[in-house]
Design a protein around this ligand. Structure first.
Ligand code: 15L
Length: 269
């Protein structure tokens, strides 16, 4: 039975996956800065500060595979991103290497490629076009993943997650929605599939308006059950309540693109 570590266990994705993963991975170690308030007696938890290598090494002891969801999950000041997502991510890969962990699934984000326009369909192999310091940190994590796979023989899967949740929240999310159960499928590919060496897969359900070519995920057996169009009316009604955002509505990254935007040319493509 593989021993799996999940960082970011108190965050949005971690909290939901705490419900879905135990039947698949009964030997699951949870980690975050602080224990989730509702931690159950049968859940194993170890606190760790990602920017402290010794603490990260301690949580990697005896682990076979890691789901790395820890770090700062939105745009933030440089020092926050630096500590949590740059130094923290480096520490995670380095601690995993030192402790002989075989597989890592890294929570990358659509914000690694947020400055692609919505009309531009992209695969996993395009030049990154991050839309934020947060997006840059995800590109860094993907690069680290490639290095640790190629140089140290680790099996690394980077999931460029769209928007994780039970329903697509607005028009943009109709293109990038990821149902939690589909996220579990992608995690399992990263933790178990024999043909993975280094992969970048899109963390998206079956969304007819998708901007992404996720055929590699399908080749690896991904069969998403979520279909964003089933929630179309609700999502469009929510969209109608939002103010127009000429920059954000043009690019895949949405408000991450329009925040702090100071370019004369709103449509750089
Ligand atoms: C992300 O990467 C964030 O973690 C999440 O909070 C959402 O903002 C999501 O992207 C999104 O683009 O909707």
């Amino acid at each position: 039975m593989p021993r799996i570590l999940m960082t970011g266990a108190a965050g949005g994705i971690g909290t939901r996956l705490r419900q879905l993963l135990p039947p698949i991975y009964p030997d699951l170690l949870l980690s975050d800065l602080k224990a989730p308030a509702d931690l159950a007696k049968n859940e194993k938890f170890m606190a760790a500060e990602l920017s402290d290598l010794a603490q990260v090494e301690a949580i990697c002891e005896g682990i076979d595979g890691i789901l790395h969801f820890g770090g700062f999950a939105v745009e933030g000041p440089w020092d926050t991103i630096l500590q949590s997502n740059i130094i923290g991510c480096y520490n995670l890969f380095e601690a995993a290497r030192k402790k002989g962990v075989k597989r890592i699934v890294f929570a990358s984000s659509n914000h690694a490629i947020g400055f692609y326009p919505r009309y531009h369909r992209i695969g996993p192999d395009v030049t990154p076009r991050p839309d934020s310091r947060y997006g840059v940190s995800k590109v860094f994590g993907e690069a680290l993943g490639a290095l640790y796979a190629d140089k140290y023989g680790m099996t690394v899967t980077c999931l460029r997650i769209g928007n994780f949740g039970d329903v697509p929240l607005d028009q943009r999310r109709l293109s990038i929605w990821l149902k939690p159960e589909d996220m579990v499928q992608l995690c399992r590919i990263g933790l178990e599939h024999p043909d993975v060496h280094f992969e970048i897969l899109y963390g998206a359900s079956f969304n007819e308006r998708s901007w992404w070519d996720n055929s590699r995920a399908y080749e690896l057996g991904y069969r998403p059950e979520g279909r964003a169009e089933d929630f179309r009316d609700r999502a469009l009604a929510e969209q109608a309540k939002l103010p127009p955002d000429p920059v954000g509505d043009f690019y895949q990254g949405g408000t991450f693109c329009s925040a702090e935007f100071a370019n004369d040319n709103a449509k750089i493509w």
